[in-house]
Design a protein around this ligand. Structure first.
Ligand code: ATP
Ligand code: MG
Length: 448
C-alpha cells in the first residue's frame, strides 16, 4: 500500500523470517499516511535487542549498539542506518524527562502507549497493514495533535513533549486538541527540568514550521518557560508612529515574515528583545528605543549560549541583530563598507531581516523602506558581479609585499593595509598593485 524503502522492507522481512513481529513506527508512518516522504525509517519489534543484533549479524549486516539498555539497535543495510527498537513500556519518570526504567514487552499495543501523540503512534508493515490503536489516522485526517493517554501524566513524564506538540503543530499545520493544549500550558514550568539542547532542537523546528505564527501567539506563555526574557516583550507598547503592534506581536509577525531558515528565524525572534530595557519617552509621549539593537544582541548572545546553540549560529544571529535597524545607503561605497564589516553572506541575510522587520511595522511608512532595500540589493549584486574589492583578501597587495618594499615587521603593516583598503572602498584609488605600493610609501613617509 505504501511506498517504503527497500532497506526498511528488508529489515522487517529479516525479523519476521526469524519469527518476530516488526513494524514501521513513529514519524515515518505518519509521513506515509500524509503522503510525504519519510526522512528515516524507525522499526519497532518484539525481538529483544541482543536477539535483534544476532539476527542481523547472522544475515550479514553490521549493527551498532545505539541504546541497548533502552532497546535500540541500529542495523546498517546498504549504508542506510535503521533504528530498531524493542517493544517497550516505560515507568518512573521521577525527573520529568527520562523513564527510571524500561521494560520490554511482547505486544505492539503496549509499545504504542508510551509514544507521545496519536499521530506518532501508528504502526505499519506490508503483511499486516496499519495498526492504529489510538485513533491516529482520524487525527491526521482532521489535523489534530492529541496525547496518547492522560496529557497531564504524559507531560509530567517527559516535559519535552510540550515543545514537541508545539513543533508538530507548527510544522504540520495542525491544531492541538483542547485537553492536550490546556495541559501544556498548565505544565509548562516542568520544561525547567529539560536539557537546553533538547529544548533548542525543538525550538528550531518549531520556528521553521509553516504555522509558527499561530503557535507563537497561542503558546507565548510556554515559550517564556524556555526563554524567560521574552516575557518583557509581551504587551510592551511601542507608542511610536512607525509601529502598529506591541513588541511581542511585532516579533511574531516578523518571525513569520522571514524565510524559514534557522539563523533568520532566531534573529527575528530575538531582534527586539532588548527594546523594553532601552525605552525612553520624549515630551510628545512618543517612545524611542535608542541603541536597542546592541542591547538585543547581547541578550541574544546570552540566551543562545545557555540554549547551547553552536557558536557560528550565535555569531551570525548577533551580527544580524546588531545591524537589524541599520539604515541602508544604496550607493557602492556604503554597500562595500557594510560588506567589509559583515561579509556577503550576512549582508544577504540582513536584507531579509530588514524586509521582515518592516513588514511587521506600520504599513503607512513601509513603501519607501522596501524600495530602499531593493535598491541596496541591486547595488550589492553590482558590487559582487564586478568583483569589487571590499576586504583585505581582495586587496591586490599583502603584508608580504609591504615587507618586500622596505617596511619593517610589526603591527603597523595591518594599519597600512587597512588605510589602503579604505581608500579603495571609497574609490579614492584603484585596487592596483603599483598604485597601492606607491600609496603605502606615501603613508610611510607621513608616519616617519
Ligand atoms: P521527525 O519527523 O521529526 O523525525 P518523529 O515523530 O519521527 O518526527 P522522533 O523524535 O524521530 O520524531 O521520534 C520517533 C518516534 O518516537 C515518535 O514518532 C514517537 O512515537 C516516539 N517519541 C519520540 N520522542 C518521544 C517522547 N519524548 N515521548 C514519547 N514518545 C516519543
Ligand atoms: Mg524520526
Amino acid at each position: 500500500m505504501f511506498n517504503i524503502s527497500a532497506e526498511a522492507k528488508t529489515a522487517i522481512y529479516i525479523l519476521e523470517a526469524a519469527g518476530y513481529k516488526a513494524y514501521l513506527a513513529g514519524g515515518c508512518v505518519r509521513d506515509l499516511i500524509m503522503g510525504s516522504e519519510p526522512h528515516d525509517w524507525d522499526i519497532a519489534t518484539s525481538a529483544e535487542p541482543f536477539t535483534t543484533r544476532e539476527i542481523f549479524e547472522k544475515a550479514g549486516y553490521r549493527t551498532v549498539c545505539t541504546g541497548i539498555s533502552h532497546g535500540t539497535v541500529t542495523a546498517v543495510i546498504n549504508k542506510v542506518n535503521l533504528e530498531i527498537t524493542t517493544f517497550r513500556q516505560e515507568t518512573g519518570y521521577s525527573d520529568h524527562r527520562r523513564p527510571d526504567s524500561v521494560m520490554f514487552v511482547k505486544s505492539p499495543e503496549e509499545d504504542v502507549k508510551r509514544r507521545d501523540f496519536t499521530i506518532n503512534g501508528i504502526l505499519y508493515n506490508p503483511s499486516e497493514g496499519i495498526l492504529d490503536y489510538n485513533g491516529g489516522i482520524e487525527d491526521i485526517k482532521n489535523g489534530i495533535i492529541r496525547c496518547i493517554g492522560d496529557p497531564d501524566k504524559r507531560f509530567s513524564e517527559d516535559a519535552l513533549r510540550i515543545m514537541r506538540a508545539m513543533r508538530f503543530a507548527s510544522a504540520l499545520g495542525f491544531t492541538i486538541e483542547k485537553e492536550t493544549s490546556d495541559s501544556m500550558i498548565r505544565n509548562r514550568n516542568l520544561l525547567n527540568e529539560i536539557s537546553m539542547e533538547r529544548k533548542a532542537a525543538e525550538l528550531t523546528k518549531l520556528l521553521l514550521g509553516k504555522d509558527v505564527k499561530f503557535i507563537l501567539y497561542e503558546y507565548s506563555s510556554v515559550l517564556t518557560s524556555v526563554i524567560p526574557e521574552i516575557r518583557h516583550m509581551i504587551g510592551f507598547e511601542q507608542n511610536n508612529p512607525h509601529h502598529c503592534y506591541d513588541v511581542w506581536i511585532h516579533t511574531i509577525e516578523a518571525v513569520a515574515a522571514v524565510p524559514a531558515d534557522p539563523v533568520l528565524r532566531l534573529t527575528m525572534l530575538l531582534h527586539d528583545i532588548g527594546k523594553p530595557d532601552s525605552c525612553t519617552m520624549d515630551s510628545y509621549g512618543i517612545n524611542h528605543f535608542f541603541r536597542h539593537p546592541g542591547r538585543s544582541a547581547s541578550m541574544a548572545r546570552n540566551i543562545l549560549s545557555y540554549l547551547r546553540y553552536p557558536g557560528d549560529v550565535i555569531d551570525k544571529v548577533c551580527t544580524l541583530i546588531t545591524y537589524h535597524d541599520y539604515r541602508f545607503y544604496p550607493d557602492r561605497k556604503n554597500v562595500k563598507k557594510l560588506l567589509n564589516r559583515i561579509g556577503e553572506e550576512c549582508f544577504r541575510l540582513l536584507l531579509e531581516v530588514r524586509r521582515a522587520d518592516i513588514s511587521a511595522q506600520n504599513p503607512d511608512y513601509s513603501k519607501e523602506k522596501f524600495e530602499l532595500i531593493e535598491e541596496t540589493r541591486r547595488v550589492l549584486e553590482e558590487v559582487i558581479e564586478e568583483n569589487q574589492c571590499f576586504s583585505l583578501k581582495d586587496l591586490k597587495i599583502s603584508g608580504k609585499d609591504l615587507l618586500e618594499s622596505g617596511f619593517s615587521q610589526g603591527k603597523h603593516l595591518g594599519y597600512v593595509l587597512d588605510i589602503l583598503l579604505n581608500m579603495v572602498i571609497n574609490e579614492e584609488i584603484p585596487n592596483e598593485r603599483d598604485i597601492l605600493l606607491e600609496n603605502a610609501q606615501k603613508i610611510k613617509k607621513r608616519a616617519d
